[in-house]
Design a binder for this molecule. Sequence first.
Ligand SMILES: [Zn+2]
Length: 311
Amino acid sequence: MRILMATAAVTALTLAACSPAANDQKSGEPAPPNPTQTVAAPAEKPVYRFKIGALDAIALFDGQNPVPNDNKVFGVGLTPQAVAAPLTAAGQPADPIMLEIHPLLVRNGDRTMLFDAGLGAGKGQLMQSLQTAGVDPANITDVMISHGHPDHVGGLVADGAPAFPNAAIRMSEAEWASIRANPEMADLVRVITPKVQAFRPDEEVAPGVEAQDTAGHTPGHVAYLITDGQNQLLYTGDLMHHWVLSVEHPDWTVGYDDDATAGKKARLDEITALRASGAHIYAYHFPFPGLGKIQTREGRATFISEAQPAA
Ligand SMILES: [Zn+2]
């Protein structure tokens, strides 16, 4: 599967996508047909370091999530052929549809913040990626949760105990209420309750981190805006799932969304805003490391990777 992500169509654009000049489309300049790249096979190099201003940030590979092209998740109400068309045009596999999973670590002063916790032991490789990055889970001070789906909170618990023993677990009050109301989450709730510090979104919830209310995918989903001086990165959580489908067709119904209408509106609003602002994003499910921006190319919203190629 990983090899497919690094097909010639993808790698051919590596240099163009990394040149700052190439990220501003000039009139008359041909648009890249497939403007993304992967940095390296995450199984071999599961860590990607970058900066948000002066802050150290690390993308941490956890795993892949192949989704069948059966209109249960992507393009609900459409046909597999309709969903395959933009994927094929972008040189991507159409079935299964590939998602990746990669939590983000950011250091700010004495805080070491992990954004979402991955699938959990036996399912994801976040702990190995942390080890590769030289990060001791005991040194993580805050786990910032976007929402309570298993690919984001599964890694909070290991062997029946908190996987990050010294970390506060931060999430919106609405999301925590939703998790507690779900009987399938009872074991997780029992373990993490002493660690949870729920917040109201739309304010600073940790140093340099503002939680943005983006409910819809789940009742209390938040995105996190991470700021250092003039530099900002929007951690999008599950506002977007696939780098082609979610970006080009934010109005398509997504089976993963708890509230399809609200999820669609949140996705559409965010992508409209990102097209206008050119803000940097970190997308948890895009090709590793999911770092880039959304621009208009040939009239379409397009994800442009800003990751630098591996040395
Ligand atoms: Zn997810």
